[in-house]
Design a protein around this ligand. Sequence first.
Ligand SMILES: NC(=O)c1ccc[n+]([C@@H]2O[C@H](COP(=O)([O-])OP(=O)(O)OC[C@H]3O[C@@H](n4cnc5c(N)ncnc54)[C@H](OP(=O)(O)O)[C@@H]3O)[C@@H](O)[C@H]2O)c1
Length: 323
Amino acid sequence: MEPKTVCIIGGTGFVGNYIANRLGRRGDQVRVLTRRRERKRDVLSVPRLLLVETDVHDERALMQQVSGCDVVINLAGILNEHKGPKGDAFRRVHADLPRKIVTACRRAGVKRYLHMSALGAASDAPSLYQRTKAEGERAALEADSDRLRVTAFRPSVIFGPGDSFLSLFAILLRIAPGVMLLPTPDAQFKPVYVGNVAEAFVRAIDDPAGTSGKSYELCGPRIYTLRELVEYIGRTAGLRRKIVGLPDFASRLQARILQRVPGKPYSYDNYLSSTVPNVCTDDGLAQLGITPTPLEAVAPGYIGPYHRQDRYQDFRKEAGRQA
Ligand SMILES: NC(=O)c1ccc[n+]([C@@H]2O[C@H](COP(=O)([O-])OP(=O)(O)OC[C@H]3O[C@@H](n4cnc5c(N)ncnc54)[C@H](OP(=O)(O)O)[C@@H]3O)[C@@H](O)[C@H]2O)c1
């Protein structure tokens, strides 16, 4: 396969790091666009990567940056809004930006666009996150043509070192005083490994004819309830905590309270997303020839007690208590 030039929007985050690494290591040139280069320097360890600071919402700047690229990948996304009128930020990132990207691709003569949506994205979904994701996915797939081939991906929650799902619950369990109050304990997920997600993108790049115009649901091998996942994290991290599942009215109340806390660790929109089972109806990984990695094969490596020991060593070193 000829090396390609791949432009990634939203490539400085968790998933972006894995995709960029996978592409850089096989010889592709990777151009990652970011709104704040100084804060996203971690990604610079990826081979053959150029990190460019630009306003991705500015159509002219976007067109300049995607021109000369063989492939454009869009991973930009937010889980919560932090300022402005309700719905504005979700719409801007999940729906308006994909429209601008496909326009920029067409004008710049880019022939391939890979779009990151999310499982549960639907125009009648309960949460704004899911509805705006659906709008962006629709705009992306409607742009599919002989001139610009488009593929979309709809993952369930993604796990792997650096994730903000299992790792977040590991932190919450660590600071919980013996008991953890868990909202929506029966919410269902089919978590997918980030390495499998990155591989799905790479396979789609290598098979434009077979994958264009399609949307792939990406899930791992097993369905878990949120309670099962959190109990697993507790056992794996060696943290004995009692998990108390909150009934629906208390889950809603907790969401309304926590969305006022700085950093918004949980919001009412997150609560609404979790009212729909986050499980695949289609096996996108199998369609792409990928065997899903079980959560249990990866999670102990970054949430297990061994990892915690390592982190304590690092803290001690930082605090100057050890040479
Ligand atoms: N992680 C999951 O479990 C999961 C599950 C389903 C779907 N997804 C989707 O997969 C994509 C990647 O997820 P992730 O976990 O890698 O997310 P992440 O780590 O939070 O990274 C998000 C990326 O989006 C960019 N971004 C954030 N706000 C933006 C804004 N207002 N305008 C333009 N760009 C913005 C950031 O770029 P800069 O700050 O560098 O500009 C960053 O690189 C997202 O679209 C997400 O919705 C993720």
